[in-house]
Design a protein around this ligand. Structure first.
Ligand code: NAP
Length: 248
């Protein structure tokens, strides 16, 4: 019996990186996994087969997290296909970094849309099912940047701070329905998103972290297993940093 046996989870943006690691850890713990992708179609389809090999039900959906109507259709499809929705993980995210002076309106809107509005979209659609079930765990992936801010990432930091305010508000509104809402704030996690950076910069970041290394996607996924499972049944409204004490 896994920690998530019998539960159905929806994970956005699971074709690579942290979302992919969450999907795999969830399948290992016995959860049925619905997940989304947008541009990485082949990777998304390959993941569906990889997850099914764990003996759980798995299905990938191509869906744009920033699109309100698409999110509603997605959640309806997941509930129809799986018959339940117990855990919702908003992981889909992008960066469009630039100094404020050079940041375009499009770069602002795109990041707020994919990172922040996406959480509103899926949570709004999923709460109907969760309220009926009188149970649910919502996990939104924020970032240490949403707590501290970061030069060159005003749009990203704003989206991630927004996620924290949203997460806490949902915890306050839906706590009486036994729906929990928490955020996970990764520090520097080594994925494709960070793989595009030059090695010297990356080493500098590693050196500045008290644990002297970047985190692995699986280490964020493990925090999501905890928050999705009944092990965290009285934990809601929290921001769990997974950052090797980077922001301490
Ligand atoms: P990644 O490797 O770039 O993966 C991002 C995922 O999001 C991909 O699966 C991508 O799917 C999906 N995605 C992007 N736009 C989407 C959209 N409009 N609709 C649906 N899916 C979309 O990034 P990552 O490093 O794993 O980051 C995952 C999350 O953790 C993000 O929210 C990020 O902000 C957060 N985070 C990461 C770090 C880090 O150090 N890596 C630190 C703090 C927080 P497609 O490729 O199919 O489009």
């Amino acid at each position: 019996m896994g920690l998530l046996s019998g539960k159905t989870a929806l994970i956005t943006g699971a074709s690579k990186g942290i979302g992919r690691a969450i999907a795999i850890r969830y399948a290992q713990e016995g959860a049925n996994v619905a997940f989304t992708y947008l541009s990485s179609v082949e990777k998304g389809q390959a993941l569906e087969n990889e997850l099914a090999a764990f003996g759980i039900k798995a299905k990938g959906y191509r869906s744009d997290a920033s699109d309100f109507k698409a999110a509603e259709e997605l959640v309806n499809a997941v509930v129809a296909d799986f018959g339940a929705l117990d855990i919702l993980i908003n992981n889909a995210g992008i960066t469009r970094d630039n100094l404020l002076m050079r940041m375009t309106e499009e770069a602002w809107d795109e990041v707020i849309g994919v990172n922040l509005k996406s959480c509103f979209n899926t949570v709004k659609a999923a709460t109907r099912t969760m309220m009926k079930a009188k149970a649910g765990s919502i996990i939104n992936i924020t970032s240490v940047v949403g707590i501290k801010g970061n030069a060159g990432q005003a749009n990203y930091a704003a989206s991630k701070s927004g996620i924290i305010g949203f997460t806490k508000s949902v915890a306050l509104e839906l706590g009486s329905r036994n729906i929990r809402s928490n955020a996970v704030a990764p520090g520097f996690i080594e994925t494709e998103m960070t793989g595009v950076l030059d090695e010297k910069t990356v080493q500098g970041w590693r050196d500045a972290i008290p644990m002297k290394r970047g985190g692995q996607p699986e280490e964020v996924a493990n925090a999501c297993v905890f928050l999705g499972s009944d092990m965290s049944s009285y934990i809601s409204g929290q921001v769990l940093q997974v950052d090797g004490a980077m922001l301490t």
